[in-house]
Design a protein around this ligand. Structure first.
Ligand SMILES: [Cu+2]
Length: 764
């Protein structure tokens, strides 16, 4: 942890803990006889310094959420300043203070992983199952350069459990756990197991999990107006199409400890047989991620040395899932006529398949040292290298998509070389400072491309576009400089103030620079944000440079009755923010259009407020803690005056938690304002305000833990503010559907209706 030796902010973690229905008081009893499995949050301790620019969720906080979600990103749902772009069931994209996706740095067990898909269906957090996550640290404010790089927003650090070893003289350590869950909405089921065998020097662990779900149902009276069928049966009218998924994760961890040295080798393999996307024109029909991750930590007299080498390979396939194989409704062949009939041969009612393949390879090396220079000064220095290779090709499939293979990205290359230095000083008992500088070179290139055919048939412009693209020099080198300065003042045990300024830089990704086809059918397949539009890249895009001012103040109790309040305003100006502009002569309202990526300038500002208070301490009914969160963010394009896309409207959460011995019960309310500040250029859909209520309970008895809950207690029908456009049913290749056939097509994606869940976890 930076700036503090305490792993967790008391105030924030307590607020989170109570909202997350964490049995705070129990966490101390959940450590094992070997080395601690989880960080302990102790109620009533008074940290002299409070780390305001980061939040850490420990294993005890994360455990109750396993029953409620299979989507690792949503483990962050109670962290101030966080929201989510909706995507597939295990692939949501976290947003920190209005910035998401590649604008955030995400490290999974020290690996910088990159989504290898023109829709970013396989982002870094989707490569690890929630049941394997041991801690998550979120840097929402000014991010130290030692955990940043090639990003302009915050950083997410996700770690699986640290290796366990037997205690000296205690013989072999064997431990493990098994868990299972069921969620009523979508009939989601899952299970996980882990097993560790270790002596004092060697530790071997296996972790496996599976999670699967059918389509979920929306709340209330939501009905799709046309029951476009899926292969074999009609899609029920209250189902949200293309929301089913299945994910299987396995990992083998080997660790070797000798004196001051620790080596850890993690081998991971993920298989997603299918994951459908309600806001994309394609579904993931197969995805594998293979990972080899070797780490070294040495604790020397002069400091700590860490080294890491990793390799990750993604093989990704897309096509139309079952819900996207039929036409929208009766006008184009008819659902009624084909219901129950397999979509073969391809006829007037059925869409041809459109296979799309992506292969991504990431190789990374990092070396860094943490050096205590004196009792006052602490230095971190490091070097990082990351090489990324990407191929994205679409094989012929009939209709207009033939006779050859369409090369969307051919032999894409994106290499990063980084160096950083960071100096932390405890100037006085009250004052701390952090100064950092980071330099990165980003080298990008790609080969020549071809369309399906070397013609411009039916206005596709494939030949013209590819000829223009191939005539240009594709290689680009960016020199990026990040700077951070942070000061923290803690005048006494009840208050802390933090001020941070930073410059952060992100180079465009391969899709932003190198997608080349203006053909609407191809452009709509290049879309990270699920807004229904098509996107075209620009080789000459410049890196985004963000300058941020971030403040935070924390007041908390020093006495018997715990309470805490944290207020954190921020202001970020982004030079050369990569936004979108109309690609053609005009982009009419009320329909999807082809857009191109352009550098413009953007402004984001807002405030996160969080707090908690021990409301009552009763005899017989336990302790009652109230906690709350409020997030406000505003995003503006300063060149056009337009609003930025997918900015979460004002939202708040209030929770009341009862802690009674081994029982913990939480009633939570979530309140979201209407989204009316929408992006004009993208024809972003407005969404109505809504309130959701959730109930959660947990009970821990010896090694058994049970979590039950009801999400969306009143079965509210609501639209996801950041869920994008609903493209989950019917054929999706045409940029705009025939008018009037399927009114739900292109509206906002409905949120999940009531879901009752239960999970059990047994520790061996
Ligand atoms: Cu994909």
């Amino acid at each position: 942890m930076l700036l503090t030796k305490k792993p967790v902010t008391l105030a924030v973690s307590l607020a989170l803990s109570t909202i997350c229905n964490n049995a705070v008081a129990q966490s101390a009893s959940m450590t094992t006889s070997s080395e601690p499995l989880m960080t302990v949050v102790v109620v009533g301790s008074e940290p002299a310094d409070v780390d305001l620019n980061s939040v850490t969720l420990d294993a005890a906080t994360l455990l109750p959420m396993r029953a409620a979600t299979s989507d690792t990103a949503t483990l962050l749902r109670d962290v101030p300043g966080i929201s989510f772009y909706g995507a597939g069931g295990v692939s949501s994209l976290p947003v920190i203070r209005g910035l998401a996706d590649d604008r955030l740095r995400t490290k999974v067990d020290g690996m910088d992983l990159i989504a290898a898909c023109p829709n970013h269906m396989n982002p870094a957090l989707s490569t690890i199952d929630p049941t394997r996550v041991d801690t998550v640290t979120v840097y929402a404010g000014v991010t130290p350069v030692s955990v940043g790089g090639d990003s302009i927003g915050g950083t997410l650090i996700v770690e699986s459990a640290t290796p366990q070893f037997a205690k000296p003289g205690k013989g072999l350590l064997t431990q493990g756990e098994a868990g299972a869950f069921y969620r009523s909405n979508g009939n989601a089921v899952g299970a996980n197991a882990s097993m560790t065998v270790a002596n004092e020097k060697l530790s071997l662990s296996y972790t496996g999990s599976i999670a699967k779900s059918d389509n979920y149902k929306a709340g209330g009276d939501f009905k799709t107006s046309t029951a476009t069928g899926r292969v074999g049966h009609t899609l029920p009218l209250d189902e949200v199409g293309s929301t089913a998924y299945e994910s299987i994760n396995q990992a083998l961890d080997l660790a070797l400890r000798n004196d001051i040295h620790l080596f850890d080798l993690k081998l991971g393999y993920q298989h997603i047989p299918h994951e459908n996307f309600p806001n994309q024109r394609m579904d993931m029909t197969d995805n594998t991620s293979s990972q080899v991750n070797l780490g070294y930590t040495g604790e020397y007299e002069w400091g700590v040395l860490k080294a890491r080498a990793y390799y990750e390979k993604t093989d990704h396939e897309m096509d139309f899932g079952d819900d996207k194989r039929f036409w929208y409704g009766t006008a184009s062949g008819g659902n009624t006529a084909v219901d129950g009939v397999p979509c073969s041969p391809i006829g007037p009612a059925c869409a041809a398949g459109m296979p799309m393949d992506t292969e991504g390879k990431t190789t990374g090396l990092s070396l860094n040292a943490e050096l205590p220079l004196s009792r006052r000064d602490f230095l971190r220095v490091g070097a990082e290298y990351q090489a990324y290779r990407l191929d994205d090709w679409w094989t012929p499939s009939g209709a207009m998509m033939w006779p050859g293979t369409f090369w969307n990205i051919n032999d894409g290359k994106r290499d990063r070389y980084a160096l950083f230095g960071e100096w932390e000083a405890q100037i006085s008992p009250q004052w701390m400072s952090l100064l950092g500088i980071r330099y990165e070179t980003v080298d990008m290139d790609t080969g020549n491309v071809t369309g399906y055919a070397a013609t411009n048939m039916m206005g596709s412009n494939q030949l013209t576009d590819s000829t223009n693209f191939n005539a240009q020099d594709h290689s680009k080198t960016d020199h990026n400089l990040d700077l951070t300065a942070l000061a923290r003042y803690s005048p006494d045990a009840t208050q802390t103030y933090e001020l941070g300024v930073a410059q952060k830089t992100r180079s465009p990704n391969l899709y932003e620079r190198y997608t080349w086809s203006t053909w609407s059918m191809a452009a709509v397949m290049n879309n990270f944000v699920g807004d229904g539009n098509g996107y075209v890249g620009d080789i000459n895009l410049k890196p985004e440079v963000a300058r941020t001012l971030s403040l935070a103040a924390d007041w908390h109790a020093a006495g018997e009755k715990p309470w805490g309040v944290r207020v954190a305003p921020y202001y970020t100006f982004v030079k050369d923010y990569i936004d979108a502009a109309c690609n053609g002569a005009s982009c009419p309202d009320g329909q999807f259009n082809v857009l191109k990526y352009v550098n413009q300038s953007a402004l984001l500002y807002g405030v996160d407020v969080s707090g908690h208070v021990l409301a009552a301490r009763t005899h017989g009914y336990g302790d009652f803690t109230a906690s709350g969160l409020l997030n406000y963010v505003r995003g503006e394009n300063r060149d056009t005056g337009d609003n930025l896309y997918n900015i979460m409207p004002l939202n708040a959460k209030l929770a009341l938690t009862q802690q009674l011995g081994r029982w913990s019960n939480t009633l939570e309310g979530q309140f979201v304002a209407a989204k009316t500040d929408v992006s004009d250029v993208r024809n972003e859909i407005e969404t109505a305000g809504y309130s959701l209520f959730n109930l959660r309970s947990s009970y821990q008895w010896k090694q058994v833990r049970v979590d039950v809950g009801i999400d969306n207690l009143f079965d509210k029908d609501y639209a996801l503010p950041l869920g994008g456009a609903y493209l989950g049913q019917g054929t999706t290749m045409s940029i705009n559907p025939p008018a009037g056939i399927f009114p739900q097509w292109g509206t906002a994606v409905p949120g999940m209706g009531r879901s009752i869940y239960a999970g059990v976890n047994y520790q061996i």
